[in-house]
Design a protein around this ligand. Sequence first.
Ligand code: PLP
Ligand code: COI
Length: 371
Amino acid sequence: MSTTSNLSASGRFELQPAPPASDEVRAARMQNPGFGRFFTDNMIVIPYKEGEGWGRGALKPYGLIPIDPAGSVLHYGQAIFEGFKAYHQPDGSIKTFRPEANAHRFNASAKRLAMPELPVELFIEAAELLITQDRVWVPKAVGESLYMRPFMIGTEAALGVRPSKEYLFILIASPAGAYFPQGVKPVTVWISEDYVRAAPGGTGSAKCAGNYAGSLVAQQQAKDKGCDQVVWIDAIHRKYVEEMGGMNIFFVYEENGKTIVVTPILTGTLLPGITRLSLLEIAKELGFGAEERKISIEDWEKDLREGRMTEAFACGTAAVITPIGTVKSVHGAWVIKDGQTGPVSAKLRETLLNIQHGLVLDTRGWLHKVI
Ligand code: PLP
Ligand code: COI
């Protein structure tokens, strides 16, 4: 690490970058990056102290962070995160997809966890700085990207159960290939009736670490049942479909010659996905109907059996669109579209990827130019 440091143009970050990994090491890691296995050379850290606010950030070598054993995140779980991606564009530039939406959701999560909000422009500047510094890590192939993982943790050394007075915002980046190693092959899902992801008044609409910790045993159960992913149903009626693992869910209906994509309405217990929101708009542009409403497990089974529902898929930043081929629960199993990827899921996936990779015109200003 250099001992002398420079400031970023805004003066808000000290620049202490690492010497870059060798071309050989980087090439080996980027050849088959998978998801979240390798990280770029650097990271961003911004400290927060009650009374002082956000301090000067640093761009520094990716590495361990010191944390006091009494640090509050280690005990009471004040931790939130986000995920968005940077894409190589055909003109050689690099753009991120809707990063402001992630910044706003990050702050909504912060509020729910009694954590300080981070100014949106600081969130964006941090991402621009890290991507620019580590641009050689942005993969070039369509379907590949640099996954950005901002997060915030409570770091005050104090065991009282109250909001931490100190925090760290950290941003790391990871070259990403396919999230599900089997590619866009449809997944088999297990409808979880033993576990609940989120309840009214809880933290379901926040992207906080605890939601994921609480989901792991259900995901394990799904695996034990021979499934790839868990499907969550609502906590009160125990019948309305909410999400699939860490992704939102869509159903495709064919009604009177019209294609309609339907996704569960946001009730406060679902994560408001940015891919979900984008697909609702893209679907309309493609001439499909797009609706947000409640769908029960019974609807799912019956509408499928009666031929009205033709496809189902999950969506999220990491995996984009993942078709659902088989649904299993304690009550039985049913197959969607003969376990194949349906044309509507495929079309939506292709259209979204084309927008993200700059292969079609970005008519909505969803892409944010970094460099
Ligand atoms: N639902 C949950 C629980 C998630 O963790 C995610 C991923 O961030 C999503 C849905 C999809 O959200 P997005 O499309 O913003 O990635
Ligand atoms: C998503 O982006 O779809 C996710 O669920 C992120 C996940 C790795 C937590």
